[in-house]
Design a protein around this ligand. Structure first.
Ligand SMILES: C[S@@+](CC[C@H](N)C(=O)[O-])C[C@H]1O[C@@H](n2cnc3c(N)ncnc32)[C@H](O)[C@@H]1O
Length: 385
């Protein structure tokens, strides 16, 4: 895995399989399914909305009269589907060239010969999350939220490494990079930066924003149209958000910036990723796995001795309460204990750091996390416990 000097994020590097591997077709099918999900967004959501419209149309004439403004509002929502679809088409327009090994798993060659795959409701709902994530990472409206999450991390990074990076490469890895804004901010500050992400929804979108978008505010999305409840004003639901708020090509010359595709727990278990990273940054990430202990162990293994792990986030435990999924959900005090036992010295901890996540600030219902901000230094090898 070689870094190259590049104005943009490197072609997304993938550990995917080659032709002949039994899982090869499965990966191509998954890839195709996600592309189809992007391409069928408008049609799928029109069908969903039709049920609401039909219900209104089935009500008594007096109720229909009272709901006339609402009925028009539904039509406006439908028009927003079309505008979101335009952006989604752009995002997937060149994705087959996005991976370094695009000549096999992800090329368009022979795609027609694979069986057709229908996106599920679950897949379509992930696109709604993509819209909210664009709002979080790449809009002016998301700035306050980004300040609540990213500023404290970036200040800590700079406080520790601003001098060192003047004379030596400081290698920073961001697993669970989402749409890549935090990684972009890290590379802008002159660090050798690698994001990692396993969701093709995120990878397709970040590839578009980081590599294809030029200039600012070229696109508009409507991130709140799929939130059906708790709007105070109808304009709040159909308000557009422009992105990106910065020119993503505006990073220092000779920046080294890459994004790897795949599961952090697999991709970073290789010898070249063991004991070699100066800094790991995790933001709203360590609670994304079935086993948080495995995540912390992998973070620890990636770092060189003395390396620094900066973490911010809650303990949402994404697999808790999902039927059929095993998961451990230790409370924070146990997690802190586990971090120390794995071989970290926790140098800084703020345990009620107020943060939001893709939060609609105009909603009548708002969530706020009292996140844990932790700065931990690798002090020993895990085997020494
Ligand atoms: C809650 S989001 C946080 C995204 C970003 N860090 C932010 O703060 O906006 C967690 C991200 O981690 C990704 N993710 C979860 N488990 C992962 C894994 N094992 N390897 C790589 N990425 C993973 C998800 O796809 C998702 O984009």
């Amino acid at each position: 895995m070689e870094d190259t000097d590049h104005d943009d994020v490197d072609h997304i590097r993938s550990c995917k399989r080659r032709a002949g591997d039994p899982e090869w077709d499965g990966e191509r099918l998954h890839f195709l399914k996600i592309i189809t999900t992007f391409k069928t967004y408008e049609r799928f959501n029109q069908q969903r909305l039709r049920a609401n419209v039909n219900f209104v149309d089935s009500l008594s004439p007096s109720h229909q009269k009272l709901l006339a403004d609402y009925r028009r509002h539904l039509t406006e929502i439908e028009q927003c589907f079309t505008k979101n679809q335009d952006v989604f088409h752009l995002i997937v327009s060149e994705v087959s060239e996005m991976f370094e090994n695009h000549d096999d798993v992800y090329s368009n060659n022979n795609m027609d010969k694979l069986p057709k795959v229908a996106p599920t409701v679950f897949d379509q709902d992930k696109l709604h999350a993509v819209l909210k994530q664009i709002y979080r990472d790449w809009s002016v409206e998301g700035e306050k939220e980004r300040d609540s999450c990213y500023t404290v991390i970036l200040e800590e990074l700079e406080r520790r490494y601003a001098q060192i990076k003047l004379t030596a490469d400081v290698r920073v890895l961001l697993p669970g990079a989402g749409l890549g804004r935090l990684a972009h901010e890290v590379v802008r500050r002159g660090y050798v930066t690698e994001g990692n992400e396993f969701s093709l929804f995120m990878l397709f979108t970040s590839n578009y924003i980081l590599n294809k978008c030029r200039g600012t505010f070229a696109h508009t999305i409507y991130p709140f149209i799929h939130q059906l409840t708790n709007h105070a004003h109808h304009e709040d639901q159909i308000r557009g958000v422009k992105f990106p708020d910065v020119d993503t090509s505006d990073i220092p010359a000779n920046s080294r910036f890459s994004m790897t595709a795949g599961d952090f727990l697999d991709v970073y278990s290789t010898p070249e990723n063991t004991g070699t990273w100066d800094v790991l940054i995790t933001c709203f990430f360590i609670d994304c796995s079935h086993n948080i202990v495995e995540m912390i162990e992998r973070v620890h293994a990636c770092l060189r001795p003395g390396g620094c792990w900066i973490n911010l986030g809650p303990l949402l435990y994404h697999f808790a309460d999902i039927p059929g999924e095993n998961s451990v959900e230790p409370p924070l005090d146990f997690v802190l204990d586990i971090i120390r036992k794995i071989g970290f010295n926790i140098e800084k901890q703020i345990l009620d750091y107020p943060t939001q996540y893709a939060e609609n600030k105009k909603s009548m219902l708002r969530y706020s996390y009292r996140s844990a901000f932790l700065v931990s230094i690798k002090t020993k090898e895990a085997t020494e416990q």
